[in-house]
Each structure stands twice: as structure tokens, then as C-alpha cells.
Write a protein that binds this ligand. Structure first.
Ligand code: PHB
Length: 390
């Protein structure tokens, strides 16, 4: 007599649990994508948004029963705005993941919100080493400046560059590039004649380049963020630095695939170190570049697009691995340790640091089929961020 109601209640609560689970599975899985869509860093937003759309078009908009919904917000690369948008996305829109982040100050501004709300935050662009230490919920699919700069510090002294002046944008990634390039270059016997820093906002390179001309080093090493490379290249050539015997060496942010083809033949021969080139000769990359160009009026994907594309991969696979549950901490655990072939080469999301481990390439600007490309000629395999080596 006593058993029947109990069984009914048990059956009812089991039914309720099933229904609420079904409900959880059918509510959309939301990704809050915060990017600079306007302003000085707009090319980063345009590239990443296009890559995210391409990933969804190729892999479907439903993962483990959850419909994927991407909410794009423009932060104009301004940290106060980033912070407010991240808060709104978490509190009002109830996003499952925060992603994007075109510049370091934006990623750092959103970090505490990821921590407090236990929301995974996928950094697809920003590249200062310390970002992943700002929250245990941050995972990075872009790169770090130390990771790519040490490769140049090894290459340059072996290739006739005995003295350099460094010129970097004066904020996180620039300071990282300056420090890690210089240390390695000096360790290899090179001489750093001067270290120059230009303001991030509306930089005028002219007075700095004049100074470099006067100092006459074998080479000028440059880091400026994606979007600013063409201006550096233009002024470098206009001032006849190359004719004065000063070589330009840089991280690949300067010969950015988004702008390279418009830089003109003066860019030919410039050697850079970086983790992605649209000319990377793998079958997977050829397919990626073709599909990206087809979907985007022939726009060439750059390293920012690569970070966005792989960031989506990391999110999709984590969602699959949690069976579509979407709980922040569970997702984060499944993002850690992912290892996969990307159009840039083999990559790993280091489970300890949550940062990306990847191949770094030395590349030279060459003309292929009438277009300028960063053509890879050497590779350093599986590079961890040296900024984290204690
Ligand atoms: C950054 O702000 O972290 C950043 C932006 C653009 C780059 C590299 C780093 O090309």
C-alpha cells in the first residue's frame, strides 16, 4: 500500500529530471564573441568573425544536441568596454563561453569575470605571455610573443646580423617581444644598440626610424600589432632604410597576411618568425585558405583568423566531450590537453598552462603567382611559451 505513491513520485521525479535535461540540451549553447569590429584593430575582428563563421559552416551549427549561438560584440579594443560587455554577456545573455579578445588589455579586463562566473574564456588573438595567468578559466588558441620572438633571436645572429635596434609597440606584447628577442639575441653574441618603444595609439614611426638610421645597426627588429605593419613597412622604405644597409626583421605581425599583398615589392626578402602563414604548405591549410577566401570575397586569412578557427574547434570538441552539458568547469577541463592538426600545423592546449604549444616558422616574403606571401623556410617544432618557464 505504501509503495505505490512512492513509486509514482519516483517515476514523476525521474520524468521531471529527464525533461529538464532535455530542456538543457535544447537550449542554445551561447558563445559571447568580443572583438574589435571598429577602430584601429578592426581587421582583427573582421578576420576572427569570418573564421568563426567558416568553422560553423563547415562543422554544423548543432553540437551534442545543442544549437550554437554566437553573439558578437564590438569592444573597439577598449578594456572598459570589454569588461562591461563580458559582464552583460555572462549575466544577461547567460553565455556558456567568452571568446575573441583582440588585444591584451581587453583580455586582461575580462579575466576576473571569467574567474567569478566560472566561464571559460578563449583568447583567440591577444598574445602577451602573462594573459593565461590572469584567470584559471583562460585558454589560448593564438600565440605568445615570447614564443615567436626567441626564434628570431636565434636566426638573426647566424645570418649576418650582429647588431640590432628593437622597435616595439609600447604595451604587453611589445614588451614581451623586446625582452625575449633581445635576451636570446645577446645570448647568441649579438649586440642590442638601442630599444625603442612607440605608443600603441596612432603611432608616428618617423622620428623612431630617423633615430635607427643614425644608429645604423645591421638590422631593425620590429613588433607592432596586426593592422599596423603596413605603416611601418611604408615608412621604412620611404626613409630608404634598406638602401642604407639596415635590414628589417620582425615577428610575423608586421608582414600580416591581411595587409602583406598591398605592401608592394619593397617587402620582398623581409624575414619574420611566426606561427601561421597563409602559404603554409599543408593539404589542410590549402583547403582552409580556399574555403576562407571563397566565403569572404577573396580576403586572405591571417594569423588572427587562425586563432579564431582553432578556438572554435577547442570549444566544439569540449562541448562534445561533456555530452552537451555546457557546465563551465567541465568544459574547461575538456579544453585542456586537446591535441589536433590545425591548418597551421600540429597544436596542443597545454593542460597545465592552458596555453598553446605549436610550431614556429621562419619565413621570407616572396612572390608566388604574382602575390606576396610569407614563405616558410625553417621550423622549430612544438614550442612552449618561454614566458612561462620558471
Ligand atoms: C595583443 O594586444 O596582445 C596583440 C595584438 C595584435 C597582435 C599581437 C598581440 O598582432
Amino acid at each position: 500500500m505504501q509503495r505505490r505513491p512512492f513509486l509514482q513520485i519516483a517515476a514523476l521525479s525521474a520524468l521531471a529530471a529527464t525533461l529538464s535535461m532535455a530542456n538543457a540540451q535544447t537550449t542554445p549553447f551561447k558563445i559571447g564573441l568580443i572583438l574589435p569590429m571598429t577602430g584601429q584593430q578592426a581587421s582583427t575582428g573582421r578576420q576572427i568573425e569570418a573564421a568563426v563563421k567558416l568553422y560553423i559552416a563547415q562543422n554544423g551549427d548543432t553540437v551534442a544536441g545543442r544549437k550554437i549561438e554566437v553573439i558578437v560584440k564590438d569592444d573597439v579594443a577598449t578594456p572598459d568596454v570589454t569588461k562591461r560587455l563580458a559582464q552583460e554577456l555572462v549575466v544577461n545573455d547567460k553565455v556558456n563561453v567568452l571568446a575573441g579578445f583582440g588585444v591584451t588589455p581587453a583580455a586582461l579586463a575580462a579575466a576576473p569575470i571569467a574567474t567569478q562566473s566560472k566561464t571559460p574564456l578563449v583568447v583567440m588573438a591577444a598574445a602577451t605571455s602573462s594573459i593565461t595567468e590572469a584567470s584559471p578559466y583562460i585558454v589560448r588558441t593564438s600565440f605568445t610573443l615570447p614564443q615567436v620572438s626567441v626564434a628570431m633571436g636565434d636566426w638573426a645572429p647566424k645570418n649576418g646580423v650582429k647588431s640590432v635596434v628593437t622597435l616595439v609597440a609600447d604595451y604587453g606584447p611589445g614588451n614581451d617581444a623586446e625582452k625575449f628577442f633581445s635576451e636570446r639575441f645577446q645570448l647568441n653574441g649579438g649586440k642590442v644598440v638601442d630599444k625603442l618603444r612607440v605608443p600603441l595609439r596612432n603611432p608616428d614611426f618617423a622620428p623612431f626610424l630617423q633615430k635607427v638610421r643614425d644608429l645604423k645597426p645591421d638590422a631593425l627588429f620590429v613588433f607592432v600589432p596586426s593592422g599596423a605593419g603596413a605603416a611601418v613597412m611604408k615608412q621604412f622604405l620611404e626613409r630608404g632604410m634598406d638602401k642604407a644597409g639596415i635590414r628589417l626583421i620582425a615577428t610575423g605581425d608586421v608582414t600580416d597576411d591581411d595587409q602583406l599583398n598591398d605592401m608592394g615589392d619593397g617587402a620582398l626578402g623581409v624575414v619574420t618568425s611566426h606561427h601561421y602563414s597563409a602559404a603554409h604548405p599543408s593539404a589542410m591549410n590549402k583547403k582552409f585558405v580556399e574555403a576562407f577566401q571563397k566565403a569572404n570575397k577573396n580576403m586572405r586569412p591571417n594569423f588572427m583568423a587562425m586563432g579564431g578557427y582553432d578556438g572554435m574547434r577547442v570549444i566544439y570538441e569540449a562541448l562534445k566531450a561533456t555530452g552537451g552539458k555546457g557546465d563551465g568547469t567541465a568544459l574547461l577541463e575538456k579544453m585542456k590537453g586537446q591535441i589536433f592538426e590545425s591548418p597551421r600545423g600540429q597544436v596542443l592546449i597545454d593542460a597545465q598552462t592552458r596555453d598553446i604549444v605549436q610550431d614556429v616558422y621562419l619565413r621570407k616574403v616572396e612572390k608566388k603567382d604574382g602575390q606576396l606571401y610569407n614563405v616558410e623556410f625553417d621550423v622549430i617544432k612544438a614550442v612552449k611559451d618561454p614566458g612561462k618557464a620558471k
